[in-house]
Design a protein around this ligand. Sequence first.
Ligand SMILES: [Zn+2]
Length: 189
Amino acid sequence: MAPDTIEAALAAPPDHPQFLVTFDDGYTDVAEHALPILTDLGISCVHFLISDAVETGQCKGIPAPRAPFLDRKGIADLTASGHRLGAHSRSHARFDTLDAAELARETDQDTFAYSCDRGAARRLFAYPYGALPRSGLSLAPNTLAFATASVPARAWDKAPQAIRRTFLPSDDIDSWPKLTDHWRRSWNP
Ligand SMILES: [Zn+2]
């Protein structure tokens, strides 16, 4: 689905299976390698950005990034190409290790500075490592948050809004066919 149709899909379940492509962390290699291919396929995506990384090029939680982080110019190019931005914390800390004050800092208004694009009804957030806080974090009600949970897959027609997230590791491309085959089979009734 196009990223700006997320709100409509939440309000009324779509009548056929759909998928959304998302990228975490905001690396320049995504813009260099993945986006030209996705553009050719007519697919626009959600990019979850770490605010410290956008502002300074560095991020405490990822001290040795695999590629440079996108800067303001890079993310402006993304939105100009129809992609949507979400927040991915301030420093990419694991939320299940943080206290209340640290959680508040990792999700404050500055963290979402890059995600309030195009007047969308919801702001998007992806927990670093998919890890939920142990307790104590309440995001604003208009936030759609993505986390990781191991639960049995449910067929699409039984749970059309129980959105699954399948992680495709960039350093293990050989695993992708198996991961995506499982995804397709799990969504079939
Ligand atoms: Zn991440």
